[in-house]
Design a protein around this ligand. Structure first.
Ligand code: HEC
Ligand code: HEC
Length: 430
């Protein structure tokens, strides 16, 4: 829906944006930030307006310090601004999470989790797919929102009623009643459900969650500024070559579910054997493993469980802006991630610890679940010391291509049209 609305890209100066938004209070938000532009959106439904208020409200946490936006920063594609593997939270901000924080962009087409979900490419065999969080445990954005609000190591509210009480005290309590009825606060349970739906509406409706404003999108639409460089074109070929990156096999970019295109995930789950990250406090307990799908209440770990160790394939849109990668935030650069894909099997000593000279390959997946590891290239189990699938040049090119998936791209041609006095160009989509 958002996609079709984006028929053209008009450039206006910062001054013109200002004149459009004079009536909006802007506090201390810098003009260059996405948050600044977020505040000037008036076309949201009432529930989505409530959701926007809630999303940025630290009063909705037990510590009074944590909003959704603290971990999902709109200026970082709704991922964290920092490079920590896991974020701080809890009543006294002294707890840590167990997983890296995903971006919240491009989640609007996600189906609910199923063990056997049709692959959106229409060709691959069905398998585990869909759902929110990296083990798919929440079937909708509304159900997902309840998790951080109540988790003791995140926003740490004592109960749903505590969340509702905080909303009732907020300056948007009136808006909440306008959206959900004058009597809504009388029923704490119903009000909590509405609050979760409000967060969902904000994420579904607001442009900033699905801007489709990358160079890749311009290229797809044959728009000015969308001409790939030689390196980007070669990178796309590496991405799509089954004998090289083979990235497209899981980070699928064709027509997908519910009318989507170019989401760069098929929502499927795979175990790829990411090394254990000792920066996660929970991992200091040698008996603790994050088993992905097997952390779901309906998939207990047991020997022979075919799903243990599998995590959801994330979108690669805006991936170049991330500062911590994979479910455990083990890697800090895109290059490291790609080199891991390329040499996990040919040079495992680069990635896993050694004990008495023996490489502890797959040190974050108990031996009984290693049969679940995916075997698609480049993670196809080629022998140690063999040639990796990609050359150094391939990797440079692939990175160049992945950089075209970053939103808020302003083409050089367009930049040139902005008068130097006006400063910055702001893309506006109409
Ligand atoms: C303390 C940091 C933190 C806060 C605060 C936080 N989140 Fe998250 N969020 C995470 C982490 C970590 C995950 C991944 C969880 C997992 O995979 O189990 C996540 C996952 C999500 C997802 C699922 C994305 C996907 O790819 O499936 C959504 C949606 C989301 N959060 C929305 C919210 C909303 C709405 C709020 C506020 C009510 C919020 N988050 C507050 C850390 C946070
Ligand atoms: C077999 C399916 C598969 C293939 C092939 C594949 N990926 Fe992935 N990718 C995944 C899964 C699953 C994850 C999440 C794994 C985890 O967190 O444990 C992931 C995660 C990532 C991440 C981390 C993103 C984030 O938000 O943390 C990047 C970057 C990435 N893949 C890039 C690539 C590139 C580049 C290629 C091609 C060289 C590729 N992938 C090939 C399935 C695949």
């Amino acid at each position: 829906m958002m996609r079709n609305a984006r028929t053209s890209m008009v450039l206006v100066t910062a001054a013109a944006v200002l004149s459009l938004t004079v009536s909006v209070t802007r506090a201390a938000v810098p003009e260059t930030s996405l948050l600044y532009r977020l505040q000037s959106h008036d076309a949201l439904s009432l529930p989505a307006q409530v959701g926007r208020k809630m999303f940025f409200d630290p009063a909705l946490s037990g510590s009074g310090k944590l909003a959704c936006s603290s971990c999902h920063d709109p200026d970082h594609a709704y991922a964290p601004a920092n490079g920590l593997a896991v974020q701080a939270g809890g009543k006294h901000m002294s707890e840590r999470g167990t997983r890296a924080v995903p971006s919240l962009r491009y989640k609007e087409f996600m189906p609910a989790y199923a063990d056997i979900l049709d692959n959106p490419d229409g060709i691959s065999p069905p398998g585990p797919g869909g759902g929110f969080t990296q083990d798919g445990r929440a079937p909708s954005l509304a159900e997902q929102a309840k998790i951080p609000l109540l988790a003791a190591n995140e926003m740490a509210n004592a109960s749903p009623a505590a969340v509702v009480a905080a909303i009732e005290k907020s300056d948007y309590a009136g808006l909440f009643k306008q959206a959900f009825g004058e009597e809504i606060f009388a029923d704490r349970g119903a009000a909590f459900e509405k609050a979760a739906q409000a967060l969902q509406s904000f994420q579904l409706e607001d442009y900033s969650f699905h801007p489709y404003s990358s160079k890749y999108d311009l290229a797809l639409g044959h728009k000015i500024g969308g001409q790939f460089t030689e390196a980007e074109l070669r990178g796309l070929a590496v991405f799509s070559d089954p004998a090289k990156g083979n990235c497209y096999a899981c980070h699928y970019s064709g027509p997908g579910l519910n009318g989507s295109v170019g989401i760069f995930t098929d929502y499927s789950y795979e175990a790829i054997g990411v090394p254990r990250n000792m920066d996660i406090p929970a991992n200091r307990d040698p008996k603790y493993y994050d088993l992905g799908i097997c952390e779901r209440p309906d998939h207990q770990p047991q020997t022979g469980n075919r799903y243990c160790g599998m995590f959801k394939t994330p979108t690669l849109r805006n991936v170049a802006t991330r500062k911590a990668f994979f479910h455990n935030g083990k890697f800090k650069t895109l290059r490291e991630v790609i080199e891991f894909y390329n040499t996990r099997d040919t040079s495992p000593e680069r990635w896993y610890p050694q004990v008495h000279g023996k490489v502890q390959k797959f040190d974050d997946l108990p031996a009984e679940y290693r049969a679940n590891l995916d075997t698609q290239g480049p993670l196809d189990g080629r022998k140690r010391g063999n040639k990796p699938a990609m050359t150094g040049q391939d990797i440079d090119d692939l990175i160049a291509f992945l950089n075209t998936l970053t939103d808020d791209y302003v083409p050089e041609q367009a930049q040139a049209q902005v008068s130097p006095a006006a400063g910055r160009a702001v893309p506006v989509h109409q």
